[in-house]
Design a protein around this ligand. Structure first.
Ligand code: SAM
Length: 333
């Protein structure tokens, strides 16, 4: 482990988060090339035609058993997929399976009103639109103008017809549109720990524990806004591509402290074995037992690491004051 190029403290922390028997696989995933995840964009193409075109182009692919119309291809197929006419026309989207899993965990339905609070470059927004069969409305919020433009281009190519894009700070949205959305996706800006790769020193050059604390502060504000914006009975899916509990469990704990019994965490059934329940302890810090309902997807040769937490808003109390969590039944806070 010491000869890996990552910051030693990052590696020590990883060893404290990931179960010991899983650690070698997780470390391997940060060093070896990954298989490419992609999916057919049903807003633009029919799956039979895409499979035929891939065979014609002699691009090898394997279906993913648990995600309809999703596939993986060997790492060396990435550039051929990205140069393929199918990609240029929006018929396929290159997307990691963990990103697809986040949208599946939110489970948006046709006709609903959905908020995507940190949306660019729009990969998950496009899958939301597909799952909603382009019926209903998606408000997609992004704070960086150039990234918003990129997202608009992705959504246009992909045929998403129900998205309104907003250049705004997501932390202000809950105050502006309280209790409005059926579902909210918060794919939060984060340290990107699970995207670190030995071959890309830039991916981890700026990592520090101070950076984790900075990200955490922003994530707390965004999650509060997401929960304020969700209607009663609505669902917020909080996710990051970081391993750090400061960016994951601690952020959800802060929402539990603020919203108390107005929210509860729900299980996320994913039919994969590279999962770990949310931590209920990190060093000296204890988290609410309900956090075990969250999941950490451990990275593999085809999946990025991800943290997912599904939060249902069960009453309309807008939380700005801390309240104590009670644990009256499993998963209830
Ligand atoms: N969901 C996107 C996708 O799947 O394509 C990726 C989202 S990326 C993890 C997080 C995004 O949040 C970045 O584009 C970042 O610029 C944006 N962001 C950062 N701070 C924000 C804020 N305060 N409000 C809204 N968006 C923010």
């Amino acid at each position: 482990m010491n000869e890996l190029p990552f910051p030693p403290i990052f590696l020590q922390r990883l060893a404290a988060i990931v179960p010991v028997e899983r650690l070698p696989g997780v470390l391997r995933s940060l060093v070896e090339p990954k298989r490419v995840g992609f999916r057919i964009n049903l807003l633009r193409a029919e799956w039979q035609a895409v499979e035929q075109a891939l065979r014609r182009e002699d691009i090898p692919f394997e279906p993913v058993a648990w995600i309809p119309h999703a596939y993986t291809a060997p790492p060396e197929a990435r550039s051929r997929l990205a140069r393929s006419p199918l990609f240029a026309s929006g018929g396929i989207c290159l997307q990691n399976l963990s990103s697809m899993a986040a949208v599946l965990a939110l489970d948006p339905k046709p006709g609903e009103e959905v908020l995507d609070l940190a949306a660019a470059p729009g990969g998950k927004t496009l899958l939301l639109a597909q799952q909603m069969e382009n019926r209903g409305r998606i408000a997609a919020v992004e704070v960086i103008r150039q990234r918003l433009y990129k997202m608009q281009a992705v959504l246009k190519t992909g045929g998403a017809a129900i998205v309104q894009a907003y250049l705004a700070d997501g932390r202000a949205i809950g105050r502006k549109t309280p209790e409005r959305f059926d579902r909210v996706l918060l794919d939060a800006p984060c340290s990107g720990e699970s995207r670190f790769h030995a071959d890309a020193p830039d991916s981890f050059a700026r990592w520090s524990q101070r950076k984790l604390a900075e990200c955490s502060r922003k994530q707390v504000g965004l999650l509060r806004s997401a929960l304020d914006a969700a209607k009663v009975g609505g669902i917020v899916l909080y996710c990051t591509c970081s391993f750090a509990s400061e960016e994951n469990e601690a952020v959800v704990q802060s929402a539990l402290d603020t919203f108390g019994e107005a929210v509860e965490l729900e299980p996320i059934p994913l039919p994969i074995e590279n999962l770990q329940p949310g931590l209920t302890r990190w060093g000296p810090r204890e988290f609410h037992p309900a956090l075990a309902a969250a999941v950490r997807i451990l990275p593999t040769d085809e999946m990025d690491g991800f943290f997912l937490c599904r939060i249902r808003k069960i009453s309309g109390v807008r939380g700005r004051r801390p309240s104590r969590c009670r644990d009256r039944r499993p998963g209830r806070v």
